[in-house]
Design a protein around this ligand. Structure first.
Ligand code: DGJ
Length: 332
C-alpha cells in the first residue's frame, strides 16, 4: 500500500511537470511520465512494441479507455479497464510521435468476440513478413479472469493498419499470456510467452507466414513465474528481460542470455541498477527497442501501471547499455 501511494504520488507529480513537454523517447523523467504525441495528446499505447520499417518507427500499444474496476471473486488484484483495441504512432526520430489511429479496432457489445471491449487485449507486437508482404500483429487475448490465455493474430498490407483480425490460438494447446514477438536476422520469427499458468515461459517458432505457431517450442525458466518478456539481440547473443508475477504491481526484472533463441537461457540477474532497481523503477518491461542509427544502442520501454486507474498508466523509457555482455538499465 505504501509503495502504491508513493508511485501514485510520483506519477501525479511527474505528469504535471511533464505534461506539456514532448519528451525524448529515451529521456522520460525518473519513475516515468505521460508522453504526448505531436498533437499534444497523451500517448495511449501500453504494453507496447515497436517495429522499424523503411526509415520509420511504428509504436503499437494497448488502448486503455475508461473506468478501471476490480473483477470480483479473484484471489489477486484483477483490475480491468475496457479494451480499446490497438493504437499506432509513428516517428522518424524517436522523439516526435504522430498518432496514426487505431490499428486494430475493438468490437462493441459482442461478448463472444475476442476483440470485444469487455475482453483483455494486451502486449501487441508487429513484424513484417518479406514473403507475404504482410504486417503481422500478435497479441495476448483473454477474458476477465485471464484463463482464456490465447494468442491473437491480425494482418495488414500497411504498417499502421488497419489490421484484420484472423483469430486466436493456444500454441500447441498451451496457455499464452504476457508475450512478445521476435523476428530474427534469418527471417524466422518466434513467439515468447508466459505459459502453464504463468509458471513457465515458452519460445515457439512461427510458421513461414508468421500466422501460426509450429510444433517446435521450448520451455524456459521452468516454474520461475516470469512474465512481460522483452527480447533483443546484440553481437550474436540473445537477451531476454522478464519481470516477476505480481499483477499490476512492480517487482524486480531479471535477464537471461543465450547463443540460440531456443536456449539454453542463462540467468544473469537484475539488469536495473541504482535506487528502486528492485522495483524496475516502479515499471514493468514491455519491449527493448534497437536504435537503428546507433548499432548497440537500445531503449528499455516499461509501463508504470496505475492499477486503480489503468488508463492513467505512464511510461518509463530508458537507455539500455551493454558492456562485456552485461546489461545495465539506470535512471539518471
Ligand atoms: C501483469 C502483466 O504483465 C500485464 O500485462 C497484465 O496482464 C497484468 N499482469 C494483469 O494483472
Amino acid at each position: 500500500m505504501k509503495h502504491f501511494l508513493l508511485i501514485t504520488l510520483l506519477i501525479a507529480i511527474k505528469s504535471l511537470a511533464f505534461a506539456n513537454t514532448n519528451n525524448l523517447i529515451a529521456d522520460t523523467p525518473a519513475h516515468g511520465s505521460v508522453l504526448l504525441d505531436t498533437d499534444g495528446q497523451p500517448i495511449n499505447a501500453h504494453g507496447p512494441g515497436v517495429m522499424y520499417h523503411q526509415g520509420v518507427y511504428y509504436l503499437f500499444g494497448e488502448i486503455k479507455n475508461g473506468k478501471t474496476w476490480l473483477v470480483p471473486g479473484q484471489n489477486w488484484e484483477d483490475y480491468r479497464v475496457p479494451a480499446g483495441g490497438i493504437s499506432c504512432y509513428s516517428s522518424t526520430d524517436l522523439k516526435h510521435w504522430k498518432y496514426r489511429g487505431i490499428a486494430l479496432k475493438p468490437v462493441v457489445n459482442d461478448p463472444g468476440n475476442d476483440l470485444d471491449t469487455g475482453r483483455v487485449i494486451e502486449r501487441p507486437k508487429v513484424i513484417y513478413n518479406e514473403h507475404t508482404k504482410k504486417f503481422v500483429m500478435w497479441m495476448h487475448i483473454d477474458k476477465n479472469d485471464y484463463n482464456y490465455s490465447r494468442g491473437g493474430v491480425a494482418i495488414s498490407d500497411s504498417p499502421a493498419g488497419p489490421y484484420q483480425y484472423l483469430g486466436s490460438i493456444k500454441p500447441n494447446d498451451q496457455m499464452l499470456r504476457d508475450m512478445t514477438l521476435y523476428k530474427d536476422d534469418d527471417g524466422k520469427a518466434y513467439l515468447i510467452y508466459s505459459s502453464e499458468d504463468n509458471n513457465t515461459m515458452h519460445v515457439c517458432l512461427l510458421n513461414d507466414d508468421y500466422l501460426k505457431p509450429t510444433t517446435t517450442y521450448v520451455r524456459i525458466f521452468e516454474n520461475q513465474r516470469r512474465e512481460s518478456p522483452a527480447v533483443f539481440k546484440n553481437k550474436g547473443k540473445y537477451y531476454l528481460i522478464t519481470s516477476g508475477c505480481s499483477g499490476w504491481s512492480p517487482n524486480a526484472a531479471s535477464y537471461a542470455v543465450a547463443d540460440n533463441i531456443m536456449g539454453p537461457w542463462i540467468e544473469q540477474g537484475n539488469p536495473c541498477k541504482g535506487p528502486y532497481a528492485e522495483m524496475t523503477f516502479f515499471s514493468q518491461g514491455a519491449f527493448v527497442l534497437p536504435v537503428i542509427s546507433k548499432p548497440g544502442k537500445f531503449i528499455f520501454m516499461g509501463d508504470v501501471w496505475n492499477k486503480t486507474d489503468l488508463e492513467k498508466s505512464a511510461y518509463l523509457w530508458l537507455p539500455l547499455s551493454i558492456s562485456n555482455g552485461e546489461i545495465e538499465i539506470k535512471e539518471r
